[in-house]
Ligand binder design. Structure first.
Ligand SMILES: Cc1cc2nc3c(=O)[nH]c(=O)nc-3n(C[C@H](O)[C@H](O)[C@H](O)COP(=O)(O)OP(=O)(O)OC[C@H]3O[C@@H](n4cnc5c(N)ncnc54)[C@H](O)[C@@H]3O)c2cc1C
Length: 300
């Protein structure tokens, strides 16, 4: 049974930022996280600020070096776009594995980020593309790199009067490939027991840029810079993928929970990092594209 709350439906960001300062107020976007928490009694907000009527948060635009995705962009948008499967492959892979079609249609990228759980499927892929968070408040806007956005499980740098306006996702050079692998206990809808995401850029077979990001492997989604540095400057063919996997494990601190032991998660990270690296290299070379959904049309 839901406790009672005041519902506000602002139409401007300014109004929403002011309302967010009310005692016990919570933002609601798609509601796929927040209503579950309210239903199970773990969250009892005094006020809900429904931001779905704010047009600015739905904006999607291409700039010279990046794409801007408004916080209300649904996961399904990335899943349905051939362009994003080709350019931000790992991101489309992550978003297409969130819950069910209904959840992906309703759940937003902003909600996935702001919920700040370590299992969020869009976050490790977004870290590969150096995503920046655009944060709005009544005072104006500020930019915080996504890698600095989380300060702990369910905790972000957002101040009381701040709302995530959207994310900037940076375009990559030709010869870049990326991969997100999510491990779940069952094939049906499930949260990640562990997720590994890898990006490599190649020039004449040499790795010029590398990113490695993990989910459910630490209190927040993380990048493993030691593993990234290990790859840079090496010939992709000569990389010891097992050593790359080992470095990813070294950077991780998975916990033991009812879902899995920390030891099992480390075994997953080792194997998934090797696998994700190899696929990212193949994609960078153009040897394989990705498992684009069969229903995605040429025009998608
Ligand atoms: C059945 C089911 C399966 C799921 N499976 C997955 C899964 O496989 N992978 C996965 O990653 N997630 C999964 N989820 C979780 C959820 O669907 C996603 O996290 C989704 O992206 C949340 O987006 P939302 O818009 O619904 O967020 P909401 O529920 O509206 O909000 C989530 C949190 O973010 C805050 N918030 C939202 N938008 C903003 C904003 N713009 N600025 C500031 N704060 C904001 C809210 O106050 C709230 O604290 C699942 C959920 C369900 C119910």
């Amino acid at each position: 049974m839901l406790s009672s709350y005041e519902l506000y439906e602002p139409h401007t960001l300014q109004e929403a930022c002011e309302l967010k300062q009310l005692e016990g107020a919570k933002i609601v976007a798609g509601g796929t996280d927040i209503y579950v928490a309210m239903h199970n009694g773990s969250l009892k907000p005094a006020a809900l600020i429904d931001i779905k009527g704010i047009e600015e948060l739905k904006e999607i635009r291409e700039e010279e070096d990046h794409w801007f995705f408004g916080a209300l962009t649904p996961h399904r948008y990335f899943e349905e776009s051939r362009l994003f499967w080709e350019t931000f492959t790992a991101l489309s892979e992550g978003c297409s594995q969130v819950g069910s079609v209904q959840i992906r249609q309703r759940g937003t990228i902003g909600g996935n980020i702001c919920n700040a759980v370590p299992s969020a499927d869009s976050v490790a892929p977004l870290l590969l593309f150096d995503a920046d968070c655009v944060i709005a408040s009544a005072k104006g806007e500020r930019i915080v790199p996504l890698k600095d956005f989380f300060i702990g499980p369910k905790r972000t740098v957002l101040e009381k009067d701040e709302i995530l306006k959207g994310v900037k996702v940076y375009k990559q050079a030709a010869g870049t490939g990326s991969r997100y692998i999510k491990y779940t206990r069952r094939k049906a809808m499930d949260l990640a027991l562990c997720g590994v995401s890898v990006l490599v850029a190649l020039e004449d077979g040499v790795i010029t840029k590398a990113r490695a990001a993990l989910t459910t492997s630490a209190p927040t989604a993380i990048r493993v810079t030691t593993a990234e540095e290990f790859l840079i400057g090496r010939k992709a063919d000569e990389v010891d993928a097992a050593e790359f996997g080992r470095l990813c494990c070294e950077g991780a601190s998975p916990r033991t929970s009812w879902r899995s032991s920390s030891e099992f998660r480390l075994t997953l990270i080792q194997n998934m990092a090797e696998d994700a690296y190899q696929t990212a290299v193949k994609r960078a070379r153009g040897d394989v594209f990705c498992d684009t959904p069969s229903w995605l049309t040429e025009e998608g």
